[in-house]
Design a protein around this ligand. Structure first.
Ligand SMILES: *Cc1c(COP(=O)(O)O)cnc(C)c1O
Length: 243
């Protein structure tokens, strides 16, 4: 079972409740299925916790509550703070041991040309140092709360069907009349027009279809957040004025 916990990004910034994740873990355990969490986008503090999986709890073997743990965890993007390409797949001890062998018959012979690239690893270590020395998660929670405030007025716009948020990600779903079951005609390229309207005002939005979203770097400041919000509102207004 492969999923993006809490937040499915490229699929349209779809979000699910932590209860869903908990239930998936329980069903995987009950049926002997590995759970693979793709936290490439959500990992490293994006959705409010270091990893999105931590937001769901599940009973452990001894009956104690613990957070959902995948069998395989995919990481990239935030691993280096976005500065250099580096990806990693973390495995449980038992999966690791399953492939640990001197024999080439059993060992996991898989790598890439630039596996363990020293520059990328140095960038990752520097980024992890910042997590250790600064309270990044606490600061992100403050920024996320500010994003919620700035997004709130857009919720009542006549063409905004849904505003949803997971930590430092806020998505705005645009539709013909503000109902989720009344999408714009895809041929009218509403998202593309919103992108152009925002770019002309100095803000790079990258809509997924008719879903506009904010997923700013953690260092975004108050003035930049306000610009992001006002330009998003203007872009939506300009794009939907004659819709
Ligand atoms: C970016 C992204 C990927 C691709 O990651 P690479 O490290 O470029 O292979 C996969 N899954 C999610 C959720 C992503 O955001």
């Amino acid at each position: 079972m492969i999923l993006e916990p809490r937040l499915q990004c490229a699929g349209g910034m779809r979000m699910h409740d932590p209860a869903y994740l908990r239930r998936v873990r329980e069903l995987c355990d009950a049926n002997g299925i590995f759970l693979i969490a793709d936290e490439i986008a959500t990992g490293f503090g994006r959705t409010g916790t270091m990893f999105a999986c931590e937001q769901a709890t599940v009973a452990g073997s001894g009956g104690e509550e613990g957070c959902v743990t995948p069998d395989l965890l995919c990481l990239s993007k935030g691993l280096t703070g976005g500065f250099l390409p580096l990806a990693a797949v973390l495995a449980t001890q038992s999966i690791y041991d399953g492939f640990l062998d001197d024999s080439r018959e059993r060992a996991f012979l898989h790598s890439h040309s630039y596996t363990g690239n020293p520059l990328a690893c140095a960038a990752a270590l520097a980024s992890l140092d910042i997590f250790a020395s600064d309270d990044v998660l606490a600061r992100n929670r403050v920024t996320a709360a500010r994003m919620a405030q700035l997004a709130a007025p857009l919720a009542t716009h006549r063409h905004v069907a849904d505003v949803r948020q997971a930590g430092m990600v806020v998505a705005f779903e645009l539709t013909r009349d503000g109902r989720r079951d009344a999408p714009f005609d895809p041929a009218s390229r509403v998202g593309l027009h919103a992108y152009r309207a925002a770019l002309g005002r100095g803000v790079l939005l990258r809509p997924l279809g008719d879903v506009l979203y904010w997923m700013p770097p953690y260092c975004i400041d108050e003035a930049q957040l306000e610009l992001l919000a006002s330009v998003t509102a203007e872009a939506i207004e300009e794009t939907t004025a004659c819709a």
